[in-house]
Design a protein around this ligand. Structure first.
Ligand code: TYM
Length: 335
């Protein structure tokens, strides 16, 4: 039997620094990262290179990247034990992405639904980076030979592409990359917009009532949940035609651990007002310690910089090894 101490799973995931994280990021990804960090070797990063596929002011991008990094620390991901870093600090990501571009097909990148959605949203700036975005993501994953990639449901297709690229490359050059498996939690993998519960909650939604960000104060969280779109049935039950209520039930379930049957029983005969108040309280209680921890860490810039710089060094050591191997296999003249 393999000794567990010799071979631990490598768990890897990233979040873009495109805004303040939402409860979608938290329940769909961060919470699983936190749980998986206990038993695995983990690599977590801020995908700041991905963030420039839309226009940013430089000062905003810099601030958001640093704040996002501080969220990873606030989650308790243990930067001494795991690797927690910023993607742009490790140039190998861009280098491997270029190589992988040549092993990904135009047709498969064109099929990415996120590319199609974002092209519609940013019709004035459909840049090539938006198109090759999932290839950079494949590079993020394959550089570190990740076994498992905990993500929300919206990243499933990108993960499939990363697997296809890895298998294709291995098929041509022999075993080079570990083929990563997605880890998509049963609960919270798709938290929906509070205002348009047909679409996912997003940190870049122009309507701020549609999402709860991790910095929202308690009263703002309560207000946003109170004004969440539901339906006219006034019964708390999980059903196909009730996306708004299903979403609130999901949030309540993620916070309390109760399943949908228990939630239906708890709110039988009670209206949406009561239900929303309970959801708001549960979300507020869940987020408060995290927000406090983030505020605390944000006051210690020296600590943030120290962790980010050490994280980048550890990441680069591993990334360089993989990139060298890849360059050798592809046939670059090395001296
Ligand atoms: P990003 O920054 O959009 O989101 C970070 C993580 O949060 C999950 N997520 C959600 N989960 C449930 N409900 C939602 N409404 C919701 N919104 C976001 C995402 O699925 C993701 O897991 N391309 C990635 C970042 C990335 C990456 C990687 C991820 C770059 N390189 C390598 C994994 C591996 C992204 O934009 O995530």
């Amino acid at each position: 039997m393999e000794n567990a101490a010799e071979k631990r799973n490598v768990v890897l995931s990233f979040v873009q620094s495109s805004g303040t994280p939402t409860i979608g990021n938290y329940f769909g990804a961060f919470k699983n990262w936190h749980d998986m960090a206990v038993e695995n070797d983990c690599i977590f990063g801020v995908a700041d290179l991905h963030a420039i596929t839309v226009r940013n002011t430089p000062a905003d991008l810099r601030r958001r990247s640093m704040e996002m990094y501080a969220w990873l620390l606030a989650l308790g991901l243990e930067p001494e034990k795991n690797i927690v870093f910023l993607q742009s600090h490790v140039p190998e990501h861009s280098q491997l992405a270029w190589i992988l571009n040549c092993y990904a097909q135009f047709g498969e990148a064109s099929r990415m639904t996120q590319f199609k959605d974002k092209s519609r949203q940013h019709a004035d700036n459909v840049n090539v980076g938006l198109f090759t975005y999932p290839i950079l993501m494949a590079a993020d994953i394959l550089l570190y030979n990740a076994d498992q990639v905990p993500v929300g449901d919206d990243q499933r297709q990108h993960l499939e592409l990363a697997r296809d690229i890895a298998e294709r490359f291995n098929g041509i050059y022999g075993e080079t990359f570990r083929v990563p498996a997605p880890y998509i939690g049963k609960k919270g993998a798709k938290i929906l917009s509070l205002q348009e519960p047909e679409k996912k909650m997003s940190k870049s939604d122009p309507n701020t009532k549609a999402f709860i960000s991790l910095t929202d104060p308690d009263d703002v969280i309560a207000k946003k949940i109170k004004s969440a779109v539901t339906d006219s049935e006034a019964t708390v039950r999980y059903a196909g035609n009730k996306p708004g209520v299903n979403n609130l039930m999901t949030l309540y379930s993620c916070c309390t651990g109760k399943d949908f049957d228990a939630i239906e029983a708890e709110f039988a005969g009670r209206g949406y007002g009561d239900f929303k108040a309970a959801v708001a309280e549960a979300v507020v209680e869940e987020l408060r310690p995290l927000r406090n921890e983030h505020e605390r860490i944000m006051k210690d810039k020296a600590y943030i910089e120290k962790c980010a710089s050490e994280g980048a060094q550890k990441a680069e050591y591993l990334a360089r090894r993989t990139l060298r191997k890849v360059m050798k296999k592809v046939g670059f003249y090395q001296v």
